[in-house]
Write a protein that binds this ligand. Structure first.
Ligand code: IPE
Ligand code: IPE
Ligand code: MG
Length: 254
């Protein structure tokens, strides 16, 4: 758990030698527009998006990033046409199947956040096998946000917290921030330092709304299939120029 006392838990230690970001979260957006700009079907954009994902995972590993969270499918993405939904599900399945050996060999730990109960059983099983195989890996943690929505996550966490208290015969109220955070899908994952959204859209679309409270946001016009190491490095450069205050006042040298 965090070495910091509760009110300071998001402040880096003064002597922290690593400039970070330690945790990068990405809303991988713009696949459809990338394909449509070329007169191709949206699915071709999704296919190329997987290549961008591979590049980004390798770059994040090389750069020594601790956690990379990728928004792969939202709780709202079920609203898309069934053919596109099944294409996206198939792509994710193949990504896990084809890339797991390389991820494992690269010491990458795979995790999923999102509603597992609403996830098709074959995908859930594949991801859980990947989590199990890679659980002791110590390099990058790749967090796959699948069937993920922040509102859904917070509601599921609240229900589980209250159910656990009822089962233990403990009074349901009050609950603290730490109590709720311990039941989020990200309970053992640090908050993202840097949150990137590609494709020029300026919104969170229900991604990590609790955890991103103090994340630095970087919006880039790059469409996800074009994202690469240089684009990641540019976002990190922007992050390192930011002044993170967490609501406090910077120590003045007086
Ligand atoms: C991101 O690209 C992939 C997912 C949301 C699953 P989009 O499919 O949203 O592409 P645009 O935003 O329509 O261009
Ligand atoms: C967010 O992108 C979800 C993922 C990247 C998986 P969307 O394309 O679904 O978001 P909106 O609909 O533009 O807000
Ligand atoms: Mg989109």
């Amino acid at each position: 758990m965090s070495p910091y006392p509760e009110p300071l838990r998001q402040l880096p230690a003064a002597s922290d030698p690593a400039p970070g970001p330690h945790h990068v979260a990405i809303i991988m957006d713009g696949n459809g527009r990338w394909a449509q700009a070329r007169g191709w079907p949206r699915t071709e954009g999704h296919r190329r998006g997987v290549e961008a994902l591979r590049r980004t995972v390798r770059a994040a590993s090389d750069l020594g990033i601790g956690y990379l969270t990728i928004f792969s499918f939202s709780t709202e993405n079920w609203r898309r046409p069934p053919t596109e939904v099944s294409f996206l599900l198939g792509l994710l399945k193949r990504f896990v199947q084809n890339d797991l050996a390389e991820l494992h060999a690269s010491n990458v730990r795979v995790r999923m956040i999102g509603d597992r109960d609403g996830t098709p059983p074959d995908i859930r099983e594949l991801i859980e096998q990947a989590e199990h195989l890679t659980r002791d890996n110590t390099a990058l943690t790749l967090v796959i946000a699948f069937n993920y929505g922040a509102r859904d996550e917070i509601v599921r966490a609240t229900n589980r917290l209250l159910a656990a208290r009822a089962a233990a015969g403990v009074a349901p109220l009050p609950i603290s921030e730490a109590d709720l955070a311990a039941y989020l899908d990200t309970a053992d994952i640090p908050d993202p330092d840097l949150l990137i959204r590609t494709s020029g859209e300026l919104r969170l679309s229900n991604f990590l709304m609790w955890q991103a409270a103090y994340s630095e946001l970087v919006f880039t016009p790059v469409l996800w299939p074009d994202f690469d190491r240089a684009a990641l490095e540019a976002a990190i450069h922007e992050y390192r120029g930011r002044d993170r205050r967490f609501g406090a006042v910077k120590q003045q040298a007086v």
